[in-house]
Ligand binder design. Sequence first.
Ligand code: UGY
Ligand code: MN
Length: 245
Amino acid sequence: MSPLFGSTRTVLAARHALIAPDGHVPSDFPGWSGLTTHVIISPAMGAGFSQFLIIGKTAGIASFPADEHEHAVYIESGGAQVTWGDDPIHLAQGGFLFAPAGSELRIEVEAGSRLTIYRKIFQSVPGIGAPPMVHGNSAEVPSEPFLGNENARLQILLPVDPRYDLAMNLFTYQPGATLPFVETHIMEHGLLMLAGQGIYRLEDRYYPVTAGDAIWMAPYCPQWFAAIGDSPATYLYHKDIHRLP
Ligand code: UGY
Ligand code: MN
């Protein structure tokens, strides 16, 4: 019997959700094999995007058809061979890839891997071309102090370019560092705690959060974070950008 016995840290509120791993239940999709997939955020809860956590205990295959959805992939651990268009690209731990809408995305996941995938409908803008596919590794992306704070550092993984309507960032805080103010903004976030722990303020509630937890912040969800504990806290998050409301 689970020691939690009828309790969970998971909360689903009007404009935010905290999804703790104790409640995960996997989904299966046609053509996928060998993977444990949790859709931890989706339009079914009111979000404008989906966030998948894919765990490959053995090797497996995930695929997304060619349609209006774009995808951003991040390799938390392990590795994967990603095919979008013609050339397969190998991503190792820390690897990321942005797959534009309009072509099939196929991911051959290696045994022992954990991946996050953000999926949303691409919002095109007349006169601005489609964003190109990009990939890289977070180990090669410099971090910059967030609003001047050396102890709260941001890595911006995707190009800052108006053709992209999605950002994917890593945010690392030394213990004791915080977001400098309670943000309230039109952009929506999907977040996965990768390391460390802290307190997340969402709307008017304060939650202890730790590696493995996921958070949905709807547009205008007041948000603030303080890192606590003995080691730095890092989270991966996505954000919709560059489009008129
Ligand atoms: O990019 C952001 O809006 C970021 N500062 N938000 C967050 O970490 N909750
Ligand atoms: Mn924010």
